[in-house]
Design a protein around this ligand. Structure first.
Ligand SMILES: [Zn+2]
Length: 116
């Protein structure tokens, strides 16, 4: 990529970052449980129907791990937030890579000019 191409791409990334909606780190998992009620369908030996799904959000932030259950009506919104967070990380990583590349390209160009 040329210097101009790198700079253009960085501007694009900055715009995409501004457009990101609400976000949250972590991942959502679903769980199915067995209860303690004797004869419950969750323990049927032939065709068990476990209880659930129960949705759990797990994340680690600043060295602290957290897990909490989500109500079913919260799941879609949280999925979107988790996706936005992932997108944020991708955009940031690309920006940093381009920043490193830009620095190299600028130094290479400065060297060329010194040799003139
Ligand atoms: Zn049960």
């Amino acid at each position: 990529m040329s210097l101009t191409q790198i700079q253009r791409r960085i501007v694009q990334l900055q715009r995409q970052l501004l457009e990101l909606g609400p976000l949250h780190p972590g991942s959502i998992s679903d769980q199915y449980n067995i209860c303690g009620t004797p004869g419950c369908r969750c323990k049927d030996s032939k065709d068990p129907h476990k209880h659930g799904p129960y949705y759990q959000l797990s994340y680690t932030w600043r060295g602290k791990s957290s897990t909490r259950f989500l109500r079913p009506e919260q799941v879609e919104e949280m999925r979107q937030k988790v996706a936005n967070y992932k997108r944020l990380r991708e955009l940031m990583n690309e920006w940093v890579s381009l920043a490193v590349e830009l620095e190299r390209a600028e130094r290479a160009r400065a060297k060329q000019h010194d040799g003139d």
